[in-house]
Design a protein around this ligand. Structure first.
Ligand code: SF4
Length: 366
């Protein structure tokens, strides 16, 4: 019996994979057989023959940030002349414009502003209720920062945000949930345990969330990716609150943290390993924004089932100099090239309907 056969047998028995299994999948497993195993697991977790996407708008509320992550080209320090804070009216205006073009979800995030208070976010969330867009808002490090600014317990801040209109929490800010890596790339950002603590608290308040995995800096490797996946799986076993994992690679742009080369094969391995290790997380999302449509399409044969956000606005990755564009029609074409049926979905990954075919939106790619 090969090692992959042994892993297949344990997956069939619904036995969780361990760190050495994850490492084997990420480094040595035969690539095509790995893809087949992950694709079979995907078909058990999600409707077979289908891949999904959502028309979304990203609104970056402020680029002012005191956290100074070494991988970020987006932020400006306080008092920088290019710093901005959008007003609730400006955000609502952008969301309504995006809705007019088909967006159903707004992804709200921004820098760690030193003085913006909880009331500002509550006003904004209440104003957004009027639009009817699904509000997928604030990364775990932003929520933690807000709790520190307010000097209030995390749970209270989460509850206030939920009451004001926050519906789900995006998985941003996870990067890699490994302290050594975080100290190297973002020493002032929330610790791995903090990120997990925020998501656990959110799940216990009924706020579901996604998770992300960013790899490809000069400071990470397969062991770190394996540990990240196992940390997410442990939390999912406790709460069941994660809807999805989104895997993407570091885009350096003008940021000081160095990148390492990530081949298409490595990206596909990470997607497949995520599918197999993260039993219980329904969706594994590929990232056309960072990988391009060809590799993201291939990921759909390696365990991914979703192409993520077809974006109308996006600045954090675009500011790293790797802007890519993809219309909704383009996203559907990528899915169809993989002999899958494209379907729109909602933020909870429920298939909602067929998008109008052939409709080309002027979007920045998911
Ligand atoms: S990634 Fe977020 S927290 Fe880090 S510097 Fe950029 S805006 Fe600030």
């Amino acid at each position: 019996m090969t090692r992959l056969d042994d892993i297949r047998r344990r997956l069939d028995d619904r036995a969780p994979l361990g760190r050495e299994d994850a490492r084997f999948l990420l480094t040595e497993a035969p690539l095509i057989a790995l893809g087949e195993l992950a694709a079979a697991a995907r078909d058990r977790a999600r409707p077979p023959g289908v891949a999904t996407y959502i028309v979304n708008t990203n609104v970056n509320l402020t680029n002012v940030c005191v956290t100074r992550c070494g991988f970020c080209s987006f932020y400006r320090p306080p008092w920088h002349p290019e710093g901005y804070v959008l007003t609730p009216d400006e955000v609502v205006g952008r969301v309504r414009a995006a809705q007019a073009q088909g967006a159903t979800q707004v992804l709200l995030q921004g820098g760690h502003h030193p003085t913006l208070r909880l009331g500002h976010y509550e006003d904004l969330l209440r104003a957004l209720r009027e639009t009817g867009a699904w509000v997928h808002a604030l990364s775990a490090p932003e929520v933690l920062h807000l709790a520190r600014v307010e000097k209030r317990p995390l749970e209270e801040v989460l509850l206030a945000l939920r009451e004001a209109g926050l519906q789900t929490l995006p998985g941003a800010g996870a990067e890699l949930l490994v302290e050594r890596v975080r100290r190297a790339i973002a020493p002032l950002k929330a610790r791995a345990g903090d990120w997990l603590r925020v998501h656990e608290a959110a799940h216990r308040l009924g706020i579901r969330s996604s998770a992300t995995l960013m790899f490809g800096t000069a400071h990470d490797g397969p062991d770190d990716i394996a540990d990240h996946l196992l940390a997410l799986r442990a939390l999912q076993a406790r709460t069941g609150g994660f809807t999805a994992l989104i895997a993407w690679t570091y885009q350096r742009g003008e940021a000081p943290v160095e990148a390492r080369e990530v081949t298409a094969a490595e990206y596909l391995r990470v997607v497949a390993a995520a599918r197999l290790v993260l039993d219980g997380v329904g969706t594994i999302q590929a990232s056309p924004l960072t990988q391009g449509p060809e590799v993201a399409g291939l990921a759909l044969a390696f365990g991914a089932d979703d192409l993520g956000n077809v974006l109308l606005e996006e600045h954090v990755v675009a500011s790293a100099g790797r802007e890519r564009t993809l219309t909704e029609a383009g996203a559907r074409a990528v899915i169809e090239r993989m002999s899958l049926a494209p379907r729109r979905r909602d933020t909870l990954y429920r298939i909602v309907d067929d998008a109008p075919r052939g409709r080309a939106l002027p979007v920045v790619a998911a």
